[in-house]
Write a protein that binds this ligand. Structure first.
Ligand code: AMP
Length: 114
């Protein structure tokens, strides 16, 4: 999608601090971190929200979590614990309409989330 900021990050058209890239997934640091480690894992392919997922996206979705596991180990938060969050829709706080898995760690996390 031409005017999607995360499509542009995936394509290397705008800068981001990337920690992992493969054919399907890109992980980069969030610009406005909410924890000492705050990363975003995105599929290269544009999918706007969880509501747009199709059956054939199941493996791709799994790859987002495999990438999360890999970067959590790289960042040293695999054992201390981390939270993964994917907001769906404005009411849940989604502001960028290209699905992304937040990976947050490096501090204690409260529950319930705000
Ligand atoms: P959400 O509110 O769940 O849609 O999350 C969007 C996230 O994208 C926020 O945490 C923003 O800080 C982050 N973000 C927006 N633009 C950029 C960017 N250019 N590079 C890195 N992170 C970004």
């Amino acid at each position: 999608m031409t005017d999607c900021i995360f499509c542009k990050i995936a394509a290397g058209e705008i800068p981001a601090e990337k920690l992992l890239e493969n054919d399907d997934v890109v992980v980069f640091r969030d610009l406005n971190p909410q924890a000492p480690t705050h990363l975003l894992a995105i599929p290269r392919r544009h999918i706007a929200t969880i509501n747009d997922l199709q059956e054939q996206d199941a493996a791709l979705f799994g790859k987002l979590f495999l990438a999360a596991k890999e970067v959590a180990a790289l960042e040293g938060i695999a054992d201390t614990g981390y939270r993964t969050v994917m907001n769906c829709g404005e009411g849940a706080g989604q502001t960028v309409f290209h699905i992304h898995l937040h990976i947050l760690g490096g501090r204690a996390m409260g529950w319930p989330p705000g």
